[in-house]
Design a protein around this ligand. Sequence first.
Ligand SMILES: NC(=O)c1ccc[n+]([C@@H]2O[C@H](COP(=O)([O-])OP(=O)(O)OC[C@H]3O[C@@H](n4cnc5c(N)ncnc54)[C@H](OP(=O)(O)O)[C@@H]3O)[C@@H](O)[C@H]2O)c1
Length: 340
Amino acid sequence: MGYKVVVAGATGNVGREMLNILAEREFPVDEIAALASRKSLGTEVSFGDKTLKTKDLDTFDFTGWDIALFAVGSEATKIYAPKAAAAGCVVIDNSSLYRYDPAVPLIVPEVNADAIMGYKNKNIIANPNCSTAQMVVALKPLHDRAKIKRVVVSTYQSVSGAGKAGIDELWDQTKGLYVPGQEVAPKKFTKQIAFNVIPHIDVFLDDGSTKEEWKMVAETKKILDPSIKVTATCVRVPVFVGHSESINIEFEEFLDEHEARDILREAPGVLVVDKREPGGYITPIECVGDYATYVSRIRQDSTIDNGISLWCVSDNLRKGAALNAVQIAEVLGNRVLKKG
Ligand SMILES: NC(=O)c1ccc[n+]([C@@H]2O[C@H](COP(=O)([O-])OP(=O)(O)OC[C@H]3O[C@@H](n4cnc5c(N)ncnc54)[C@H](OP(=O)(O)O)[C@@H]3O)[C@@H](O)[C@H]2O)c1
């Protein structure tokens, strides 16, 4: 016997990947429902070799369903996640709505799978921000060895992190630049994203940082260790899929770059590609469709006593969202619900 699984947001970037990954990983599904907004009613989405027709989230009855993977954004989550949870269905949510709620576990299975039992508080589990998910996968094994004091991270985030509308804007704007009269003005992004980079993701906060940067700080503390200091600069780049990060780490203890590389080679979820030669590193295009968090350019930072710098790349729709959510469902299944 397997699970009755709901995917809410099934027509979106993350929802479609959730369906792909559930099928790829042969998650034990007895029945599956693909939900979206009313305007998408009947839209066809793929689940392995099957085609599903989307149903309306607004009228869906969650009674009797085991797990709901949500990827509908915070506003819709606020309305529908509590309904699903109250009906006895465990919600694994991709929005930021519940991430900072102390009663809701925020989980990256390679890092803090043991937090899973906290699901009982609200019947809800939160999935982290895409940039945080890949970063903590790389940081965790290094933290276990040499205790991280401080992290300085700059991100290079793809437009798919801003949903379907982000992908469309980069595509249309890039084409429009070559066709007189078909120029596309910025709408989803604040400035032209084609052939440009934008140092602004999510809203500005009082201290001059952005909410996306704050998320990396708060979520790293909640998932990995509250004592780690993080300073982030989050930048949108004209890449369709795959977030990249330049990460500088200061440790309490000395960690040699060779040992750091060996630790990362053994770490769950990490793939090291680090040849010191042209092309001996990973770029976002090469990570698309993969599960791994790739680490390249591992090197000593000689400007501080105990420092390492590295380059970290992952598919933001997978490890940054859909894969992580399915991995959480796997932990929930194996440790708690025990069907399948
Ligand atoms: N993209 C990433 O890298 C990433 C990473 C981590 C977390 N997330 C989070 O995951 C969520 C989804 O992101 P996305 O990139 O997949 O967005 P998206 O491509 O814009 O898709 C949004 C999905 O939500 C559905 N939806 C929106 N409002 C709804 C409503 N009121 N009722 C029912 N369905 C509704 C849409 O259905 P229709 O097609 O019918 O409108 C669509 O299926 C967001 O919370 C986002 O912050 C995204």
